[in-house]
Design a binder for this molecule. Sequence first.
Ligand code: KIV
Ligand code: ZN
Length: 383
Amino acid sequence: MNRVRIFDTTLRDGEQAAGVNLNLQEKLRIAQRLDQMGVDVIEAGFPAASDGDFQAVKAVGEAVSCTVAGLARTREQDILRAFEALKGAARPRIHVFIATSPIHMEYKLKMTPQEVLAEIRKGVRLAKSLAEDVEFSAEDASRSEIDFLKEAYMTAAEMGASTLNVPDTVGYAQPEEFGAFVKALIDSMGTSSLIWSVHCHDDLGLAAANSLAAVAAGARQVECTVNGIGERAGNASLEEIVMALKTRRDFFRLDTGVNTRHLYPMSRLVSRLTGLPVPPNKAVVGDNAFAHESGIHQHGMLSNRNTYEIMSPEDVGAPSSSLVLGKHSGSHAFRERVKEMGYHLSDQELKEAFKLFKDLCDRKKSVTNEDIEAILEDRVMST
Ligand code: KIV
Ligand code: ZN
């Protein structure tokens, strides 16, 4: 299988980001755009968690054509609620989860490992009796004991789960270790039609790296959110995963179904509706992702963009690259900007203007076209 499924959980785990609360209309807008963008699965909410989540899963299921997932614990009432919310969906998926790590089983669930296995058996069996498409997640998988985890996934698969998700719930994993961990799980199940999935959090800034290590090890679904929003430090960022797979296709030899030109507009929409700003240095979609300031880089860019750009802004639907004029800029970029502004200067005028520009850069953080205009009109051309 040379395709990685993109499972977007912006509306469920993403909405769990502190301070975020999307209304139904906003969720629908995001879901419709995700569907157009080509994600494979939209996790639209946790129907048993609130009436708002129930309504969101229902409305999204009725509005889009891709698979729509509703999250549920192994409890009967959660699964029935998810099923109810997904009734109108073209492709419904019930996503059943329970924790499998010693710390979660002892302190949160207060269950023995055998009781957890019994819950998985009961929950996945019930979900499978209601929906063809069932996903099982072992919460806190990366801190679980591997032999117990294998048993947990085996049980879920026997009960009919067709996607087995390995969450790094607290962002604890390291890429090499996580890749090997996922591979050991895949190998334990032998060859089968199961789809292995990963769901990584970003507590150590490794969510994208861990997800990609798992893909290299055989995972074929990645759970992620737009702008990487989510609980605490967030989830793996959708745009980073998609562009890493596309830009380094030579390495992964895998495709996604995402039309990458939607990535930047999607990022802005989610930022606007959630009120969470996109950091300027955010990979792929940040304001500075295609901005070049140093003179050496600008000179390279003016000769050949590939010197300092591994993907083009057009590919992700972002505004064109910019050569930002600041104290690290060189005369090549300055000359280009002056030309773009419609000035034709002699070499001597240009030299003089460039010196004045550099002096100004030492006093002012960002130099605008208006500043350059003032230098040219008042100091260079008037002499
Ligand atoms: O982080 C996590 O473990 C989750 C699961 C419910 C998939 O969000
Ligand atoms: Zn999560």
